[in-house]
Design a protein around this ligand. Structure first.
Ligand code: NZQ
Ligand code: ZN
Length: 388
């Protein structure tokens, strides 16, 4: 096991009725606030009015950027940065899902950059500073509320790039499970698939594991298996929404990593699907995940699959490891495609082989994806083909 530094500097207000602290928290960072949100779900749910009431009580001056798309575009980042510079914004308040929060992180960084914000995504321009960010989360999935990463799309170049900086880590996040009651069945399922995949990307790793963290990860995966379908069937089930919300944050906030060198596999492959076809991130991961596992299963990796099969899906541990491994993947498919009711193939969502070569090349940056099993362009193309 490698040594590591544990540093997750986001203050979290978890649970109901914490919004009364919003004005105080925002005021710590300034008086001029840019409120960012998406296509209007927060207006329909009434959250927008509640947030505005709290900000007004604290006498804050509020500017707005709305219409941030799922798979947020660099155009929104540039528009937000422009408001920040023009109005001397001091603090950013993101109210929404991962897309709104990701976009806001880049707005915060781009506020200190004079060129096109896309330069920050590509790494051409380093993040030198970032406005303080506070979030009110409305969808449990990405963990963006508690990590330092954001993913931005550029439809012109058909690119979707993830990038992070400690400067972009939210200062405070309000996690009220009741704010996710209005999330649709489909988005609830996609969120569950996304957080499950975040854990798999760390769990299926070649480096020495910490026993304690593997058991935590298995517990988190079991939590998603238990509560995903309950949240879909009973959208207002607090226990289900709360368990999913806290699981999503801890799946990606750095705790599970435990010093392991971490290179993800499914995510770069999925980001290409979203870049070319603008699909929902969690859906792409659901389709790719089991095929990636199948592709990486062999005698050298089977012991990890065995552990996954018996500890997550409670498969009979007296069976042959390879049998347990295959049954584990089948159980995962059953969960994603039958229980969560997500589409199971790329064909079903209108994706064919047209861009497989270029997507595979870009997913591994024309080199290797050094995850659970090193994947080169041909391997990635083969995995895409398994998804048809
Ligand atoms: O735009 P609005 O009107 O708010 O509607 C959204 C959107 O249509 C809706 N929604 C959100 N909260 C709702 C709600 N509808 C009803 N009630 C609510 N309470 O749901 C739709 C999807 O929202 P979005 O924010 O796009 O979903 P998600 O949170 O899954 O974010 C996905 C984005 O995050 C990136 C993904 O690639 C994708 O671009 N990721 C970010 C990561 C990170 N920062 O660490 C890691 C992830 O792996 C992921 O790549
Ligand atoms: Zn993800």
């Amino acid at each position: 096991m490698n040594k590591f530094v544990y540093d997750i500097p986001t203050k979290v207000y978890f649970g109901e009725n914490h919004l009364k602290h919003l004005g105080t928290e925002v005021s710590r960072y300034g008086k001029k606030v840019l409120l960012t949100y998406g296509g209007g779900s927060i207006k329909k749910s009434g959250l927008y009015d509640n947030v505005m009431a709290e900000l007004e009580k604290s006498g804050l001056e509020v500017f707005e950027l709305s219409g941030i798309d799922p798979n947020p575009r660099v155009a929104s980042v540039n528009a937000g940065a422009e408001i920040c510079k023009r109005e001397n914004i001091e603090v950013l308040l993101a109210v929404g899902g991962g897309s709104v929060i990701d976009c806001t992180k880049f707005i915060g960084a781009a506020a200190f950059y004079e060129g096109d914000a896309w330069d920050i995504s590509t790494g051409k321009a380093p993040v030198t500073d970032c406005l303080p960010i506070i979030t009110v989360l409305t969808l449990s999935a990405t963990g963006s509320e508690m990590d330092a990463v954001g993913v931005i799309s550029n439809p012109e170049t058909k690119e979707k790039i993830g990038m992070g900086s400690p400067l972009m880590q939210p200062k405070v996040s309000f996690l009220d499970p009741t704010n996710t009651y209005t999330v649709s069945r489909f988005q609830t399922a996609c969120g569950a698939a996304d957080m499950f995949n975040h854990i798999m990307e760390i769990y299926f790793n070649r480096e020495a594991d910490l026993f304690m963290l593997d058991r935590v990860m298995e517990g988190l995966m079991k939590t998603i298996i238990k509560y995903g379908p309950i949240a879909m069937a009973e959208p207002n089930n607090y226990e289900a929404r709360a368990n999913l919300m806290w699981t999503a944050s801890w799946a990606i906030n750095g705790f599970l990593r435990g010093g392991k060198r971490q290179e993800w596999s499914c995510h770069p492959m999925e980001h290409e699907l979203s870049a070319y076809y603008d699909i929902t991130h969690g859906l792409g991961l659901a389709i790719l995940g089991p095929r990636w596992l199948t592709y990486t299963l062999d005698q050298s990796t089977v012991s990890k699959f065995y552990q996954f099969g018996i500890n997550v899906f409670e498969i009979d541990k007296s069976l042959e490891p390879m049998v347990v491994a295959k049954q584990g993947i089948e159980k995962l498919e059953d969960f994603l495609f039958n229980t969560l009711e997500l589409q199971s193939t790329l064909t079903e969502i209108g994706i064919d082989e047209t861009y497989f070569d270029i997507m595979a090349k870009k997913a591994c940056a024309d080199g290797f994806l050094q995850g659970f099993k090193p994947l080169i362009q041909q391997d990635i193309k083969a995995i895409y083909k398994m998804c048809l």
